[in-house]
Design a protein. Structure first.
Length: 205
């Protein structure tokens, strides 16, 4: 595809949107941006003592390669900096420029279809129950050697959901024209196939 075609994929933590986004991007040959990494990178710099707004305004591509961006501590810090309007503004232009690149782009995050790319050609909202998402995240953390309990992971998921959903600036919610995919009872192959079918229908319009 020579022109721009933006796919916006939103949803809460551990719903599967990252895995689905990567698979969708690979299927269509589009570029992919995990916008959550931008906020995780800012959160990681916050934990190192940097001011959140300064961290966002001076973020570089190298910051997205840091090894600890998937840790629970960074995830919580990312959720906290994401409520700051100046942080979101600093990262807005980067995301919008990426979205309209030639050849197509897939962006996943919390507010892609509602704020970053409200005119995206295709929008998905990927979700799952808090319990299912906590089980998935707990399995990931346990496999990496983390000693965190399943109860704590569930509490973290619910706390993060509430913060993302209730924030004044760009709250987590489906866009009015987003296609909802609930992965609670789906394996990843089924979820990816459903996402691809939905996007192909938009491409055919």
């Amino acid at each position: 595809m020579a022109g721009a075609f933006t796919i916006a994929i939103d949803g809460p933590a551990a719903a599967g949107k990252g895995t689905i986004s990567k698979a969708v991007a690979a299927h269509f040959g589009f570029a992919h941006l995990d916008t959550g990494l931008l906020y995780r990178a800012v959160g990681a710099r916050l934990l190192l003592g940097m001011d959140a707004i300064t961290a966002a305004r001076t973020l570089t591509a190298d910051d997205l390669q840091a090894e600890d961006l998937r840790s629970p501590e960074v995830a919580q810090a990312a959720s906290k900096v994401a409520v700051i309007a100046e942080v979101r503004s600093a990262l807005l232009d980067f995301q919008r420029s990426f979205a309209r690149r030639a050849g197509g782009a897939v962006l996943d995050g919390r507010d892609i279809g509602t704020v970053i790319c409200p005119n995206a050609e295709a929008k998905l909202f990927v979700t799952a129950s808090a319990e299912v998402r906590a089980d998935r995240r707990f399995a990931e953390l346990a496999a990496s050697g983390s000693a965190i309990s399943r109860a704590q992971v569930l509490a973290d998921v619910k706390e993060r959901d509430a913060r993302d959903r209730d924030r004044a600036e760009a709250p987590l919610k489906p866009a009015a024209d987003a296609i909802l995919i609930d992965t609670s009872d789906m394996d990843i192959d089924t979820a990816v196939a459903e996402a691809i079918a939905a996007i192909e229908a938009r491409l055919a319009d």
